[in-house]
Ligand binder design. Structure first.
Ligand SMILES: Cc1ncc(COP(=O)(O)O)c(C=O)c1O
Length: 481
């Protein structure tokens, strides 16, 4: 069978001919994207409606124009997180260099499984992550691997902790007489339960530790839970502290928790998927004090470093442990002194997420990142002032990062109607206020959550959000008579 039905431009020509038509295609895609940018600017970050465009695969392929017409439909129906009013989740506008980095990574199509398949990029990942290890204060022998999201980073950290504690890398858990358990705050991310499930411990092996009024893990309760577990014949092996909790952005007392982990001989993991961005700010970095004691750290540059998804890493204080307690060699790769990254990470074939991170760091620089972090603190302070100025709004606790969790408790309604009122307020803001706030369940109720990442979310934008909230409040008060 010939190739008569494969379009001549199904691939770019590796001999370099046809470069002009490649430029035309890129121009067309860019134009479609710019239409979205221009149209969405004055509208909601949410798509108006989402329709299904996904017909059966065609027998014969379509030309560019047809394909791009379909792509436009997808763009119209997609969320637009770059919008200054999109402040509901831990994702925001991506750096331009990370968009370019992903484009180039796809073009190069190197595989970060092994050095022979990605000579420059494998070394880049090792070098860049060594620098991150040092920025977190983990020391000279620190480093790690990129992972596709924080969930996998937490999984890998806990897999190494478990293997190390019980020497189960090769023989598995069957011969263990005691049940391994780990400790994390009751508001820690659910990826820890997933990790425990996948590690054969069962999701209930994550023992919840009580959090204080500001969602920070209580060291006294941690100690009690560790002692109880030991007394019950369980085998504690790790403590996970969170730096930047998912709903409120608070930071567990890392120093005290690290000291307890050491006292009881437990692995100390810090899930800094969100709060890790504080390493760039000399004025805010103090909030991470104690992270340098960690055996492992999760950090997601896809959040506070604005790198296009996915971009996450797991770092280890002692990278030798990755070799002794995690590595599974890939004998189908040629021998070299360089440790193939796919042998020391959960994934085999790996995307070159490192490229967009490195390009963004080269372009924005450490001082640029410092300013982005500090600027978002100023924006958050302004946002919090607006909440405190309104008697119908209450904060879930004291914000420590750029997350602000709050809700309406209008006195003209009974308490059991507040949840529904907040859900309706969120809907109103999305539909009328060109704003998206998320509406998480927290402490048994519905709350509103703002994540003030986007540098385009100015004080004018925030004023508009609160004007829309006040309108809703006044209208619902009036409707009650
Ligand atoms: C604190 C924390 N840890 C881990 C994760 C999981 O990261 P991912 O969604 O990239 O897997 C999240 C996600 O928001 C998070 O907030």
């Amino acid at each position: 069978m010939g190739l008569g039905n494969v379009p001549r431009d199904a691939f770019f020509n590796p001999d370099g001919s046809g470069a002009d038509s490649l430029r035309d295609v890129v121009d067309k895609v860019l134009e479609s994207l710019m239409v979205v940018v221009r149209e969405r600017a004055g509208q909601s970050p949410l798509p108006r409606s989402v329709e299904s465009h996904y017909e059966a695969f065609p027998q014969e392929g379509h030309g560019y124009d047809d394909v791009f017409a379909r792509l436009s439909g997808v763009l119209q129906d997609s969320l637009y997180p770059a919008h200054p009013g999109y402040i509901g989740h831990m994702d925001s506008i991506p750096t331009l260099m990370s968009v370019i980095g992903d484009f180039v990574a796809a073009f190069l199509n190197n595989n970060l499984l092994s050095q022979e398949m990605s000579p420059a990029l494998s070394m880049m990942e090792t070098d860049v992550l060594r620098q991150f290890g040092q920025k977190f204060g983990l020391g000279e022998n620190s480093g790690g691997v990129m992972t596709s999201g924080g969930t996998l980073a937490n999984l890998q950290a806990l897999a190494l902790a478990r293997n190390r504690a019980f020497s189960v890398r090769d023989e598995g858990l069957a011969r263990l007489g005691k049940r391994p358990v780990l400790f994390a705050s009751e508001v820690a991310h659910t990826s820890l339960q997933k990790a425990a499930m996948l590690l054969g411990l069962g999701s209930s092996a994550v023992v919840p530790v009580r959090a204080d009024a500001n969602s920070r893990m209580r060291p006294d309760d941690l100690e009690e839970k560790i002692r109880n577990a030991k007394a019950c014949g369980e085998a504690p092996f790790a403590v996970v502290a969170t730096a930047g909790t998912t709903v409120t952005g608070n930071i567990d007392p890392l120093r005290e928790i690290g000291a307890l982990a050491k006292q009881y001989g437990l692995w100390f993991h810090v899930d800094a998927a969100y709060g890790g961005g504080l390493i760039f700010s000399p004025t805010q970095r103090f909030r991470l004090q104690g992270i340098e004691q960690a055996d492992s750290v999760t950090f997601n540059p896809q959040k506070w470093m604005y790198i296009a998804k996915t971009c996450a890493m797991v770092l280890f204080k002692d990278t030798d442990l990755l070799l002794s307690d995690f590595r599974v060699a890939a004998p189908y790769m040629s021998d070299s002194d360089f440790v193939n990254l796919g042998e020391i990470s959960v994934q085999g074939t790996r995307h070159a997420d490192i490229l967009k991170l490195w390009l963004s760091l080269c372009h924005i620089g450490l001082v640029g990142y410092q300013q982005l972090v500090d600027h978002s603190y100023a924006t958050t302070a302004f946002f919090v002032d607006q909440i405190r100025a309104r008697s119908y709004l209450v904060l879930a606790g004291e914000p420590e990062t750029n997350l602000c969790c709050f809700r309406g408790e209008p006195s003209f309604l009974p308490q059991d109607a507040w949840d529904e009122w907040n859900v309706e307020l969120q809907r109103h803001l999305s539909q009328r206020g060109q704003t998206f706030l998320s509406c998480p369940g927290y402490r048994g109720g519905r709350w509103l959550r703002a994540v003030l990442l986007n540098p385009f979310t100015t004080t004018e934008v925030i004023d508009g959000v609160f004007r829309a909230m006040d309108e809703f409040y006044q209208a619902s008060a009036a409707a009650r008579g």
